[in-house]
Ligand binder design. Structure first.
Ligand code: GSH
Length: 104
């Protein structure tokens, strides 16, 4: 089930200790259901049979604080994958290429 961020859930990520986050090594996708770039990434993850945790960001750009805190930008999709050098990628074409190379 996707985690949907609204005004009540802001800040939860900051309450998660670093050690706990390290154990939570599944792929994480920040996205929106109405975003075609996000859909492209979800389709590729499904095609490859890769499990992931989904976090749906708010529609309003300025409310996307959690993804901003983690990446310094507010666009989606963003994939977090421990196998990435920087730990995350923010462009759908780059994400699809990474997924095909890593899990294809
Ligand atoms: N080139 C990007 C475009 C992504 C994009 O435009 N995402 C929209 C939602 S569909 C968004 O979050 N825009 C706000 C922003 O980029 O800051 C990609 O392929 O991932």
């Amino acid at each position: 089930m996707a985690r949907v961020i609204d005004s009540h859930t802001h800040g939860i990520i900051n309450e998660t200790p670093t050690a706990v986050r390290a154990v939570m090594s599944r792929l994480e996708l920040y996205d929106r259901q109405d975003c075609p770039y996000s859909q492209k990434v979800r389709d590729k993850l499904e095609e490859l049979g890769v499990d992931y945790d989904e976090t749906v960001v708010p529609d309003k750009h300025t409310d996307r604080d959690e993804v901003h805190e983690r990446t310094g930008q507010r666009g989606v999709p963003v994939l977090f994958d421990p196998s990435l050098e920087d730990g995350w990628l923010a462009d759908s074409d780059a994400i699809v290429t990474h997924l095909e190379r890593t899990y294809g």
